[in-house]
Design a protein around this ligand. Structure first.
Ligand code: F6P
Length: 363
């Protein structure tokens, strides 16, 4: 039987659903029936820490052991229940304009004898995959993940549902304390430049105002809505704000000015600024809860486990059928494949129809 090696990596921010996807890539590729029918014996090589594992595959000061390992069925048996990524991740960008290491990656793919590569990631990780394809590494298949749910060409990415449910539960909990103290509670959620987590957790958790990056914040309007609630006897309010939201007048609120290797600023901080403004302008006692990385942690929801499983199985099917340069995706209830290049072309932002529904319940 012919032997073929499939490399698999997870890059960018971790999220729930990555481990189920890895598990099902391994299980599907090592399935004996598949191997016999194709007369190919697949071996799955886990690449640790995203693209960093292909820049520095060997043990070094940061990695006590090699960044590659052979994945067996026994190793991944229980991974569908695990949060995060057991392969590790990083925000390493081989195409960082200040430190381009793409030639090293190309060399290492050859040196490690990787016939195929399955890259699991969001716009950054898959953006690198798309560039590698243009440089001739054509045997790549993509799998979309991110809590932000901002990848075009798929209805959902795994990680989003888990993050959404965590945020919703936090909003539920904040309701009781906000109501007891007659306070305004500002909840800052993640999502980068898309407001998916904010809008859906806000609707599900019954937020009184939801602020998203897609629409600039009008602070006068926000305060007027809160005051109107108070005048109707509702002496507490829950305001959900996405970390990427911006005031109508003013610049984006970031934690740090420094850019990462993909050119992103670290977001966060809008919640505090907003709470200060609301407190000052309304006179109501206001507090802020920044949910942060809690949204990325912990075990995946059933939805994310199932989506990770279906994406993992489909990714191997694409390898088997030599459909490279493709990304697995969810379209309605079906798993399909789309071009990686198309998927990373533009961000998928919040559908304004959904925002209109949310708006009905504001105030
Ligand atoms: O892209 C996922 C995400 O969690 C964003 O929502 C957030 O802005 C960012 O990653 C945080 O990144 P880091 O884990 O590097 O702080």
């Amino acid at each position: 039987m012919e032997k073929k090696r499939i490399g698999i990596l997870t890059g960018g921010g971790d999220c729930a659903g990555l481990n189920p996807a890895i598990k099902w890539v391994v299980k599907t590729a090592l399935d004996e029936r598949l191997q016999k029918s194709r007369r190919i014996q697949y071996e799955v090589i886990g690449i640790r820490d995203g693209w960093k594992g292909l820049v520095h595959p060997d043990a070094d000061a940061d990695a006590p052991a090699s960044r590659t390992l052979v994945l067996t069925e026994e190793m991944v048996r229980t991974w569908d229940r695990n949060g995060g990524t057991n392969l590790g991740t990083s925000r390493t960008n081989p195409y960082d304009p200040k430190n381009n290491r793409s030639a090293t990656v190309l060399g290492n793919i050859e040196r490690l004898d990787l016939n195929y590569l399955i890259a699991i990631g969001g716009e950054d990780t898959l953006g690198v995959a798309s560039k590698l394809i243009k440089e001739g590494v054509t045997n790549i298949v993509g799998v979309p993940k991110t809590i932000d749910n901002d990848l075009s060409a798929t209805d959902y990415t795994f990680g989003f549902d888990t993050a959404l449910n965590i945020a919703m539960e936090c909003i539920d909990r904040l309701h009781t304390t906000a109501e007891s103290h007659h306070r305004v509670m500002v909840v800052e959620v993640m999502g980068r430049h898309a407001g998916w987590i904010a809008i859906e957790s806000g609707i599900a958790g019954g937020a009184d105002i939801i602020l998203i990056p897609e629409l600039p914040i009008d602070i006068d309007e926000v305060c007027a809505l809160i005051k109107k609630r108070h005048s109707r006897g509702k002496t507490f309010s829950i305001v959900v704000v996405a970390e990427g939201a911006q005031f109508k007048q003013g610049t984006i609120v970031t934690q740090e000015e420094k850019l990462d290797e993909f050119g992103h600023v670290r977001l966060g901080g809008i919640g505090n600024t907003l709470a200060d403004e609301i407190g000052k302008r309304t006179g109501y006692e206001t507090r802020v809860s920044v949910l942060g990385h809690i949204q990325r942690g912990g075990s995946p929801t059933a939805f994310d486990r199932v989506l990770g499983t279906r994406f993992g199985v489909k990714a191997v099917e694409l390898v088997k059928n030599k459909k490279f340069g493709r990304m697995v995706a969810l379209s309605g209830l079906k798993i399909i494949d789309v071009s990686i290049e198309d998927a990373v072309k533009q961000l998928k932002t919040v559908d304004m129809d959904l925002y209109e529904i949310a708006k009905v319940f504001f105030g």
